[in-house]
Design a protein around this ligand. Structure first.
Ligand code: PMP
Length: 425
């Protein structure tokens, strides 16, 4: 038995499913999750000491590479001064200022400890600030696991959603309208029907939780226009795309300005952090200034903030995003060539340091299209890559992540592995 199997068996005794977040369990690809013992730059090592090129990147945060010496040093220094105080620190203002300086739509920002907290709080704020109840989300977009966001589309246009998790009463999602991503007409129809009671739209401006799906031309601008027309707030959930798709997230790439933005992952440099921010008049509705309650024992944790600050500084160095984007593009172009040579129906896409792999002929733009990929082919490819030392996300519905440490040599090794993995399909 491999050490991964030993550890998984043991974890299953004490942790539900053996994991602390479901997708880690390899349910959709089968097999034994790799238990990670250490990580450095673009590599991770499992419990058997086997090395992998890592395209999980901790699901996004590891953008400067694992255990970057400057990040590790900042964390060590902060830890030596105390792990948590429950009282304000100067470093929290520095991180807030760093975020505000980089993302023009954010005038004020509050730090929390996860992406889930950020989106949950942003939605409460949108409801509190507008005095309205309904929210619009899109099927296939994931915004964390707050009750009102665990919803899939109802059976027809303009029906309210159904809970996707046991334990969420239907009444809790009764105010959540679920529409198709990239379908602006559906959003128009929803506003025509319920416009006076829609508090906000929450959207992943590039979706990274149904593989990678980009917005079609005019979709984000259309959402902006409708929100403005009806007095609803536009929330960009940039938990994944913030500082990952580009230096100002998708709002910088698209030129569309949201009222509120949620962040996490990269801004914590691998430590637990989230944030929500936006227009000052809206943010000032939060306690203690305003009536919308939000709080956290570990919010603005000094060790997390130190990791985030140095990470944002590294990202600001000249050429960082150009390099990241180039490496992602080389990866997806190379994979497409290898698939073509092997005669496998496959395509791929990337933006900044994220990418999507699709076992179908064309890049999908809708949830229905992405649901239609060849899952069996993905599974074979995933395990072929894993056997050849490349760790991809263990699901056909997840985006992949490239770091600045994914050098040309590492990409070449990845493509060699892909040649072998595509040959298995
Ligand atoms: N929003 C988006 C867009 C995400 O990708 C995620 C996590 N994958 C979340 C929210 C939830 O963040 P967390 O897992 O930190 O709670």
């Amino acid at each position: 038995m491999s050490q991964n199997e030993v550890l998984f068996k043991r974890a299953l005794q004490s942790i539900p499913g053996g994991v602390n977040s479901p997708v880690r369990a390899f349910r959709s690809v089968g097999g034994t999750p790799r238990f990670i013992s250490k990580a450095k730059d673009a590599y991770i090592w499992d419990a058997d000491g086997k090395q992998y090129i890592d395209y999980l990147g901790s699901w996004g945060p590891a953008i400067v590479g694992h255990a970057h010496p400057e990040v590790v040093q900042a964390v060590q220094r902060a830890a030596e001064s105390g792990l948590s105080f429950g009282a304000p620190t100067e470093a929290e203002s520095l991180l807030a200022e760093a975020i505000i300086a980089r993302i023009p739509s954010i005038e004020k920002v509050r730090l929390v400890s996860s992406g889930t907290e950020a989106t949950m709080s942003a939605i409460r704020l949108a409801r509190g600030a507008t005095g309205r109840n309904k929210i619009i989300k899109f099927e296939g977009c994931y915004h964390g696991h707050a009750d009102s966001l665990l919803v899939k589309a109802g059976s027809g246009l303009l029906t309210f959603g159904n809970p996707t998790s046991a334990g969420v009463p239907a009444e809790f999602v009764a105010h959540t309208v679920v529409l198709d991503y990239n379908d602006l007409d559906a959003v128009k129809a929803a506003f025509a029907e319920f416009g006076a009671d829609i508090a906000c739209i929450i959207v992943e401006p590039i979706a990274g939780n149904m593989n990678l799906i980009k917005p079609v031309e005019g979709f984000l601008a259309g959402l902006r226009a409708l929100c403005t027309e009806y007095g609803a707030l536009l929330i960009f959930d940039e938990v994944m795309t913030g500082f990952r798709a580009g230096p100002q997230g998708v709002q910088g790439l698209s030129g569309v300005t949201p009222d509120l933005t949620t962040l996490a992952k990269v801004i914590g440099g691998g430590m637990p952090v989230g944030a929500f921010g936006g227009r000052a008049d809206i943010m000032d509705q939060i306690a203690p200034l305003g009536p919308v309650y939000q709080a956290g024992t570990l919010s603005g944790n000094p060790v997390s903030v130190a990791a985030g600050l140095i990470t944002l500084e590294i990202l600001s160095r000249p050429g960082f995003y150009e390099h990241l984007q180039t490496q992602s593009a080389k990866l997806v172009n190379g994979l497409q060539e290898k698939a073509k040579a092997a005669g496998v129906a496959f395509c791929a896409d990337s933006v900044g340091g994220m990418f999507g792999l699709y076992f179908r002929e064309t890049v999908p733009t809708t949830f229905a299209e992405v649901s239609d990929v060849n899952h069996d082919a993905f599974k074979v490819f995933f395990h072929g890559m894993l056997d050849n030392g490349v760790h991809l996300a263990p699901s056909a519905f997840e985006a992949g992540f490239v770091s600045a440490t994914h050098s040309d040599e590492i990409l070449e090794k990845t493509l060699d592995a892909a040649t072998r993995a595509f040959a298995l399909i």
